[in-house]
Design a protein around this ligand. Structure first.
Ligand code: TYM
Length: 343
C-alpha cells in the first residue's frame, strides 16, 4: 500500500532555531520511516520581506544542510528548492484569481509582519499564504506537519482547495460521487510537544528568526559557549522549585519543556527531577542537554556546507522528483480552469 504523503518547508531567512527543529524538522525525521516526504526550502517566501540577494542562495543551502544534519535522508525523502519549480509561482497565480482578498486580510502573520514593514508592505507579503497553498496542494499531501503558528495558513489552504473544487469540480451529488475532487484537501499535523517553543527573553512570545535579539533564541548551529551564554542570560523568575504549566511562570514552563524534549525524558520524570531545583542548578543541566543534542547537528551541518557539490546533487535530484508530481497537478488545475493546451 502507498504510504501517506507529507509536505512541509522552512523559509531560508537567517539561521534555523530550536522552534523550527522541535516544531517541525524533528517531526519530519520521525515521519520519514512510514511516510513519503516532500521537504523544501521556501525561498520565494523569503523575498516577501526585504532580503539580501548576496545571501539568499547560501541561506537555501544552509537550510538544506540543516535538514540533512537533523536526520532527513535524501534517499528516502525528496528535498528541493521551491524556486527551482516554476509550478509553485504559476499555481499561486491561478489561486490568486479565486481567493477573496478579505480571506488574506484576516491572516495574523500578515498583520504582524505588515506592522514591521510600515509603508513598504508588498503584494507578495499579502499573497504569501496563497503561495503557501500552492506549495502544498501541488503535491497532494495527506498531512502537513508544522508548528502551531502555521495553523491559520493551513486552514486557508484547505479553504482554497475546497473553493477550487467547488467552482470547477464535478457538479451535482451524482457527479461528485463518481469523480474525485480536483484537489485533495490536506490535514494539518501539529504535534503537541514542541508546537510552540517560546522566546528565551520573554516566555509569552514565540521563538522567532525575526526577533532582533539573538539572545531570544538558540540556533541549531550555536556552539557550546554561545549556548551557555544564552542560557545564562535567559529570563527566569525569582521562585524556587520548577513546575510545568503554571501560567504565571511562562519562562519556567518553556525551559522545562525544552529540557524534556531534548533529554528524551517524559514529563512526569522531569517534573519530579526539577521540583526542588533552583535556577542555579537547572541552567547548567539544560545547557549540557542542549550542547549534547545540538553538537552533532552543528558538526554535520558544517561538514555538508563544505561539500556543496554533494548538496547540489541532492537538490537537483529532489527537484526532478518533485517536478514529477507538481507538473501533473498544475496541468490538472489548468485543464479544469479551461486553459488552452500548450501547442
Ligand atoms: P517558518 O520558516 O517560519 O518556520 C518553519 C517551521 O518551524 C515552525 N516554527 C515553530 N515551531 C514551534 N515553535 C516555534 N517558535 C516555531 N517557529 C517556527 C513553523 O511552524 C514551521 O513549521 N510559511 C512557512 C513556510 C512554508 C510552508 C509552506 C510550510 C511555506 N510554504 C508549505 C509548510 C507547507 C514559514 O514561514 O515557516
Amino acid at each position: 500500500m502507498a504510504q501517506p504523503r507529507i509536505l512541509s518547508g522552512v523559509q531560508p531567512t537567517g539561521n534555523l532555531h530550536l522552534g523550527n527543529y522541535l516544531g517541525a524538522i524533528r517531526n519530519w525525521v520521525n515521519l520519514q520511516a512510514d511516510h513519503e516526504c516532500f521537504l523544501f526550502m521556501a525561498d520565494l517566501h523569503a523575498i516577501t520581506v526585504p532580503h539580501d540577494p548576496a545571501e539568499l542562495a547560501n541561506n537555501v543551502r544552509k537550510v538544506a544542510a540543516t535538514y540533512l544534519a537533523c536526520g532527513i535522508d535524501p534517499k528516502v525523502s525528496t528535498v528541493f528548492v521551491q524556486s527551482h519549480l516554476s509550478a509553485h509561482s504559476e499555481l499561486a497565480w491561478l489561486f490568486n484569481c479565486i481567493t477573496p482578498l478579505n480571506w488574506l486580510e484576516r491572516m495574523i502573520q500578515f498583520k504582524e509582519k505588515a506592522i514591521k514593514q510600515g509603508e513598504n508592505v508588498s503584494i507578495g507579503l499579502q499573497g504569501y499564504p496563497v503561495l503557501q497553498a500552492a506549495d502544498i496542494l501541488l503535491y497532494e499531501p495527506d498531512f502537513v506537519p508544522v508548528g502551531e503558528d502555521q495553523k491559520q495558513h493551513l486552514e486557508l489552504t484547505r479553504d482554497i482547495a475546497s473553493r477550487l473544487n467547488h467552482l470547477f469540480g464535478p457538479k451535482g451529488k451524482k457527479a461528485k460521487k463518481e469523480a474525485p475532487p480536483i484537489l485533495k484537501v490536506p490535514e494539518p499535523l501539529i504535534q503537541k510537544a514542541g508546537a510552540r517553543v517560546m522566546s528565551l527573553t520573554d516566555g509569552t512570545k514565540k521563538m522567532s528568526k525575526s526577533d532582533p535579539s539573538e539572545l531570544s533564541r538558540i540556533d541549531l548551529t550555536d556552539g557550546p559557549d554561545l549556548i551557555k551564554k544564552k542560557i545564562k542570560k535567559c529570563k527566569t523568575d525569582p521562585e524556587r522549585g520548577l513546575v510545568f504549566d503554571n501560567p504565571e511562570r511562562p519562562e519556567c514552563n518553556n525551559l522545562l519543556n525544552l529540557y524534556m524534549l531534548l533529554s528524551g525524558k517524559d514529563k512526569d520524570s522531569v517534573a519530579a527531577e526539577c521540583a526542588d531545583m533552583g535556577w542555579g542548578q537547572f541552567k547548567p543541566l539544560l545547557t549540557d542537554t542542549l550542547v549534547e543534542a545540538l553538537t552533532p547537528i552543528r558538526e554535520k551541518h558544517d561538514a555538508l556546507m563544505a561539500d556543496t557539490a554533494y548538496l547540489d546533487e541532492v537538490l537537483r535530484d529532489g527537484r526532478d522528483r518533485a517536478d514529477a508530481l507538481a507538473s501533473v497537478t498544475l496541468q490538472k488545475v489548468k485543464d479544469t480552469m479551461g486553459f488552452m493546451k500548450p501547442l
